[in-house]
Design a binder for this molecule. Structure first.
Ligand SMILES: Cc1ncc(C[n+]2csc(CCOP(=O)(O)OP(=O)(O)O)c2C)c(N)n1
Ligand code: SF4
Ligand SMILES: [Mg+2]
Length: 255
């Protein structure tokens, strides 16, 4: 009989390479999420839900319980787990296509009910996993696989402003912010606050993250950063929109 060696004490700190394309923003978002979870010491109570899309590549990234669902359904699945066991810390992680298009009703319902979960939504302005189709967040004039002449907002409407919407429909105790992978320290602060808000038993916590998809944007490092920091950040304002116990809770963004 083979005797298995005891699990090393350092197992919590083990790392492994991620599966995203070079330059993808998902890895940065997940890195700061992991750091926040470590710092708050919630690994043993956390359930990580990822969606369909490139977010699902993170299903075995963390040493926590995890579940994968389709298009925004991660939000109601994590809601159900949290309601069944309020001691859990439930994190729903998804893309902009899943969260704002096919599964948008789930985000609206959970935010309206002020469910005590944390949703992290990665906005890379298109459907990454399936090859770069137009999403609700595609910028005006932006070329994608399904908007080869550039997004025509007169026909498709304006890009979705998720945190602004969530801010408008959530009640007291919600935390709402938009961060960017180009400012990871600030992003970590927002994600940590979103987790702390859940730990404190307040309301719905929502962080949208501006992220890069150089593969489908077909951009080099310089153009990727320029698009992220200039064009995306110009339309999607980074900052906190609602912080429990502060003036932002009354609907004022600090942009
Ligand atoms: C009902 C259904 N429709 C379409 C698909 C195909 N599909 C898989 S991932 C995806 C896009 C996901 O995009 P997003 O949520 O923005 O995540 P990203 O890959 O950009 O991180 C689509 C359309 C599917 N799996 N199920
Ligand atoms: S397709 Fe885009 S979002 Fe998906 S892993 Fe590659 S760079 Fe990241
Ligand atoms: Mg996307």
């Amino acid at each position: 009989m083979t005797v298995q060696p005891a699990m090393p004490m350092s197992w919590r700190r083990e790392t492994k390479p991620h599966k995203f394309c070079p330059g993808c923003g998902h890895g940065l978002v997940l890195k700061v999420l992991g750091q926040a979870v470590d710092e708050l010491n919630i690994q043993d109570k956390m359930v990580f839900g990822c969606d369909i899309g490139c977010s699902l590549l993170a299903w075995d990234f963390f040493n926590v319980d995890s579940i994968q669902t389709h298009h925004g359904r991660t939000t109601p699945v994590i809601t159900g787990m949290k309601r069944a066991n309020p001691n859990l810390i439930g994190v729903a992680y998804m893309g902009d296509g899943g969260g704002y298009a096919i599964g948008s009703q789930h985000l609206v319902s959970a935010a309206t009910r002020n469910e005590k979960i944390t949703v992290i939504l990665v906005n890379n302005t298109q459907y990454g996993m399936t090859g770069g189709q137009m999403a609700p967040t595609t910028l005006p004039g932006q070329k994608t696989e399904t908007s080869p002449y550039g997004r025509d907002v007169s026909k498709t409407g304006n890009p979705t402003l998720g945190p602004e919407m969530v801010n408008a429909i959530t009640g007291e105790g919600a935390y709402v912010a938009r961060g960017t992978v180009s400012k990871v320290n600030k992003l970590k602060e927002y994600i940590k606050k979103a987790l702390e808000n859940q730990i404190n038993g307040n309301g719905f916590s929502f962080v949208e993250v501006l992220s890069a998809c150089p593969t489908n944007w077909r951009t080099n490092a310089e153009k990727t950063w320029k698009f992220l920091e200039e064009e995306m950040a110009e339309y999607f304002k980074v900052g906190e929109f609602k912080v429990p116990g502060s003036r932002e809770e009354e609907g004022q963004s600090n942009g």
